[in-house]
Design a protein around this ligand. Sequence first.
Ligand SMILES: [Zn+2]
Length: 442
Amino acid sequence: MRFILSITRLAPVILMTGAAFSQPAYDLLLQGGHVIDAKNNISAVRDVAIKDGLIAAVGARLNPADALKVVDVAGLYVTPGLIDIHAHVFAGTGERGSYAGDLSLYPDGYTFRVGVTTVADAGCAGWRNFEDFKDRIIDRSKTRVLAFLNIVGSGMRGGRFEGDLKDMEVAPAAEMALRHKGLIVGIKTAHYPGPEWTPVEHAVEAGTLAKIPVMVDFGNDHPERPLADLLTKKLRPGDIYTHCYSGLRHEVDESGKLNPGMIEGRKRGVIFDVGHGGGSFAWRVAVPAMKQGFLPDSISTDLHTGSMNAGMKDMLNVMDKFLAMGMSVDDVIRRSTWNPAREIQHEELGNLSVGAIADVAVLNRETGKFGFTDMYGARLQGTQKLTCELTLRNGKVVYDLNGITRPDWEKLPKNYLQTGDPRWDGIMPQRRNTQAPPRGAK
Ligand SMILES: [Zn+2]
């Protein structure tokens, strides 16, 4: 054992072959990165070791000889996999003009490349179509997909459905949420055009029965149901007000002063989420709110076909906007990992505690001249931009922008084939240790 360890220390590149005759303590070691783990109050250079899909050790210096694979991540941030609690991913039904269809996106193309390992769909499905959503997307995605269940039974299929008070039934929504406890992490109400409180009230009733939070997109602005009443009377502590910097419901007044209901709501424990989207984030709201100390609890995208190429680009872009407004990297990461994990009652996620699921993002902070645009196309200039180098899901590499986990091709045997190992490689794990090309390959 000692002998093998000393060999592997000398030649980390051939660690994978060493594994054939030894059983290393760790599958993967991320070496020398700046770990930001809000739950454990860590913001410092640490090594992170992974074994069997879980965090096995975090320390100032772990022995690289104990690992099957060592990756140098010095100069990069190592954070829990990012959690985006407001996305729209019920794609594939073919329904036009519907978030239970064409307006949604398949998650895997938009997540790992920006360090996101978990998304919560924000109400695309209601109790009538949740199991279809589960079958199409949740069960087939590499991304961990959770969901806020729409209080509307038919889900987010357009105005005709979303304005129908009769389809906002408490009992079947709560029942579906309890049937899929852990997968359904909250109840959503959204886009309601009318003056009634019914959507919010029914969502809260269902959330109370299922013991999960409610996320509110407060729909059209109506004097009959002012924002302050929502935040100070209707929502419970732990319920989530998303689109908090949209300015569409008097979050700030014309002079930029915060609505006292926002401050009072926060005192009561209401959660404030960004939900940037195509039409829910304005500099003229966010900047004065931030200056008054009103930071978001969680940063989220509201990713969908209408937002993905507009002011909002992706999760890291939304995080960059908070860096540009002066928030620290630590605070931005907290609001994209541990805070959202707690908001959706998944405290096993969003942290790098020993024993935690090894969903990890390795991020680079670039400095330069960058621009960030809001829902109206107004720009704020910034000097920092996060990019994703590496993403791990369940301890496996699922995204590697610059091949930092891979060997240089010229150093490999002439007829090299597989270069990874399924214990850490989630990109091409199926071709493990093959001498011949995989079946069917030419
Ligand atoms: Zn949304």
